[in-house]
Ligand binder design. Sequence first.
Ligand code: NAD
Length: 567
Amino acid sequence: TSTQPTSGPRPVRANRGSALTARSWATEAPLRMLQNNLDPDVAEDPDNLVVYGGTGRAARDWASFDAICRTLVDMADDETLLVQSGRPVGVLRTHEWAPRVLIANSNLVPQWATWPEFRRLEQLGLTMYGQMTAGSWIYIGSQGIVQGTYETFAAVGAQLAERRPADHPHAGDDSLAGTLTLTAGLGGMGGAQPLAVTLAGGAALVIECDPDRARRRLDTRYLDVIADDLDDGIDQALAAKQARKALSVAVIGNAAELVPELLRRGVAIDIVTDQTSAHDPLAYLPSGVALEDWHDYAAAKPDEFTDRARESMAEHVAAMVGFADAGAEVFDYGNSIRGEAQLAGYQRAFDFPGFVPAYIRPLFCAGKGPFRWAALSGDPADIHATDAAVQELFPDNAGLQRWMALAPEKIAFQGLPARICWLGAGERHLAGLRFNEMVAAGELSAPVVIGRDHLDSGSVASPYRETESMADGSDAIADWPLLNALVNTASGASWVSIHHGGGVGIGRSIHAGQVSVADGTALAAAKLERVLTNDPAMGVLRHVDAGYPEADSAAARVKLTVPMAVQ
Ligand code: NAD
């Protein structure tokens, strides 16, 4: 029918339990995961369909959301729904190995790929910003990023430990105990920082301009304390550092003002990073602008606001460089703040590295990245059972064992219960097959979905982040994520997406995602085995091609065929 009831904001919650509302789990799964992305416990601004990361949306508008849900409920297992930047545009006859949903979000022809042009098209209702897992329906709340953030801070701890002289009283300690980390941003992703630092044993001082965001992290136990003011924050954080106690303290204020102030005061800070939404200048609060004026001002005068945000970011980044000059460990945490500061004319913006070349690339060479799964039943017991299964499967993976010992105790579920752990090539398919067996055997009360962030080893081209400083200079080559999406489509993933601009903003990244359903069937096992073998294999191949010896070893270990390998 041509007339649909007008749809608008309302609280959305994924269906729970083992009863289907769609015709099969192949379509019930994307339906529940789309709904879950907009669950008020999961999304940052569900009324506006914003899931996380500035304006990362799950669907173009409410009418599109309703149409996607209606369509998924009716679809057969040989049909594929096409989603163009959050709007369902057609259902085509395919086959049962094909993805049930194919998604393309925020893609623009390169010369047109700028924020002003993107926003113009967005205002015309022609596109939406999909971020990474917002528009591809596998965001699982801040927990999704906690482990990656934890791994990063743990790697920082290990590097600091390496630099300590042998006669240092804490020579062998690679935790962050006795260190103070300064960062900003307590949004969907950034909110993981205080917990990750304390899990690694350190003290954290986190600046956030929006008190509601800080309170939300306190409520979900990601954050320990909100300080009365800057002085109180400094006192509490330094006392924790002194006592080698893990404690996270938020200070409400503007990072563009407070980070330079902390540098001026010479506060003994060891590690500095940032996770404000710097990738989108309209999502970074410039200094001198009141919180309540932010969004009206940005909407009314986007160009002026952008200039002011960039100038503030330049001040923020200059202070970060100041901390680096003073000997602190400083890194960009994947939000483009260096690129934005450089656009404001600050020359030394790239004087500190991005976190990928600094800490993560060796993991990417082994195809390792943020593997995640969610229990469609909504029952936490299903995740607890899979937690145990993963611990049993990989007894020798020390990092994973350390994480899995902490996660169940420390991570509050948001929306459908889910888990994340970094697994690589040769590992992921084993977990997928085991989960599928558990569904088949009735050890889990409903199917699980298995996916990942687009921030993964072979699925993203992003020269300011995942592909910064590649050994062969191939940072901006974007063939890899496209091949990755094609490979996952060819291998039997349940939904596959190609996005532009996630993480670091429009014009700066191209990336792909996949999610696969483990519904306990033999068909699912066959698909999972291929997808979860081939998807991380793309990461290994990408790094073999770039000349990383660690990737050569990984390729040999998992027996990949590499036609151009030196014989
Ligand atoms: P978000 O929009 O949910 O949160 C950003 C937070 O920054 C908000 O709470 C906002 O109030 C705060 N903020 C903005 N300007 C500020 C200022 N001047 N001073 C203090 N606080 C300020 O975004 P998010 O999902 O938390 O993501 C944060 C950034 O990290 C984004 O740029 C995102 O693209 C990037 N990111 C990085 C990774 C990674 O793995 N490194 C992963 C995902 C996203």
